[in-house]
Design a protein. Structure first.
Lengths: 292, 134
């Protein structure tokens, strides 16, 4: 389990004057579901393109299965199944032709897996790809991503624009993939409840930097939400040391803290407040507190 | 086994599973010796990371609620663990607290409340065995 499937160190990427990624380092261990979260344009897709070898590292290094995906695309991509947000599939092919076409690229393609997935997803093999509904198109993409039993599944915003039934199918396949021992998943999403359900580790990307990267459990347990009642109404957000974010009005305010809970407790008392409620925030609240 | 997972109530998912399985055992909707789904099956059913399910099962096993037989699956402990009884008490206490709070607000004293409980109890079919009510 200690084997590292994706190893990115000090990756910086400029597009013209704009820094898309700045000194990004992250390690994805084998058998893990790694969730990349962040706003649109934060750099998640650029990061994923480096993993797939579609972009070459300008500064820093990218290793996937201990190889450089830009130097050895065949060696790396043959072990990866990927589904991108735009799902660029050839519209003029029928679904069965698409599967025939894709199987030619992968020596490890397994027809039984493809058949079983097509049946489960109720894909019509005779239908043209171009006439598939959004959901069926995503499912067809998922079949081509999974039928060669990849060691690494990479999904870039797999859920975007899809209804809950299709999203559930995709998440179900993520779960099935890691349940097969040793297989690894990297996926990006802005649907944080999905990430919270299936991810082991999460990295929060903000303006090209990794702001938080840890196990989901560690991230969740290190952040706390405090509701504080003050003796006097406060007319502007009280400035408390150790607080990341603050919402509320009048006498009751809610603070989000990372780590420094003890410090926060003491400053609350100094400001004439008492903590009336303490709870675990959701990933969404943690995320918002870091990017605001 | 029907479990409901919510990611928005602040309780970690593995803890939600632990709590709900304990509740089902205490409420006798899961009987001693009954089989639970495998880690993989439950992960797919709930769409939750398999490691989370495995962790919940480990906690339940440590607490004596379930036993895992290597290669043979996961089962509810025979004879009900003392912890399951503790859980029964916990659930009842929660209901009692709500009842007491309401009674106080209505200025109903404790003796009257206990008398009411006796009256209601006499209306229920007389059975000391485990009912199917839930």
């Amino acid at each position: 389990m200690s084997e590292t499937v994706i190893d990115i160190r000090g990756l910086t990427r400029q597009f013209g004057k704009k820094a898309a990624l700045h000194d990004v380092s992250l390690q994805v261990p084998r058998g893990c579901v790694f969730g990349l979260v962040g706003e649109n344009g934060a750099g998640k897709t650029t990061l994923i393109k480096h993993v797939l070898g579609l972009l070459r590292a300008q500064v820093g290094s990218v290793r996937v299965f201990e190889r450089d995906p830009a130097e050895d695309p065949v060696g790396v991509l043959s072990r990866i199944g990927c589904l991108s947000e735009d799902r660029d599939l050839p519209d003029w092919m029928r679904v069965d032709e698409l599967l025939q076409y894709m199987r030619a690229f992968y020596p490890s393609w397994d027809d039984r897996i493809a058949d079983e997935l097509c049946r489960r997803f109720e894909l019509d093999l005779r239908q043209r790809v171009g006439t598939l509904s959004r959901g069926q198109r995503a499912r067809a993409g998922l079949v081509t991503a999974l039928a060669h039993r990849p060691d690494l599944l990479v999904l870039d915003e797999p859920s975007s624009g899809l209804d809950p039934v299709v999203r559930r199918d995709i998440l179900g396949e993520i779960v099935r993939t890691v349940a097969d021992e040793g297989r690894t998943v990297l996926f990006s999403s802005h649907l944080l409840d999905e990430v919270e359900r299936v991810a082991d580790r999460v990295a929060l990307v903000h303006k090209g930097r990794i702001v938080v990267s840890d196990s989901l459990e560690q991230i969740k347990s290190s952040h706390r939400r405090f509701t504080v009642r003050f003796a006097q109404p406060q007319y502007s957000p009280p400035q408390l040391q150790g607080a990341l974010a603050c919402t509320g009005e009048g006498q009751e305010w809610t603070f989000l803290a990372n780590g420094g809970s003890e410090l926060l407790r003491r400053t609350v008392a100094d400001h004439g407040g008492t903590i009336v409620d303490e709870s675990a925030p959701t990933l969404e609240e943690i995320f918002v507190s870091h990017v605001k | 086994m029907q479990l409901r997972i919510s990611v928005n109530d602040g309780v970690p998912i593995y803890q939600q599973i632990v709590n709900q399985v304990k509740y089902l055992v205490a409420a006798q909707r899961l009987e001693p010796g009954e089989a639970l789904p495998s880690v993989r099956k439950l992960a797919e059913q709930l769409v939750v990371n398999p490691n989370t399910i495995a962790r919940a099962y480990r906690e339940l096993e440590t607490a004596g609620v379930i036993v895992t037989r290597r290669g043979a699956g996961v089962y509810v402990s025979e004879g009900g663990s003392p912890l399951a009884r503790g859980e029964q008490t916990r659930i009842l206490n929660e209901r009692i607290d709500v009842l007491l709070a309401e009674a106080r607000q209505m200025n109903v004293d404790l003796d009257t409340l206990i008398e009411l409980i006796h009256k209601r109890s006499r209306r229920l079919p007389a059975t000391s065995s485990t009912g199917e009510s839930s």
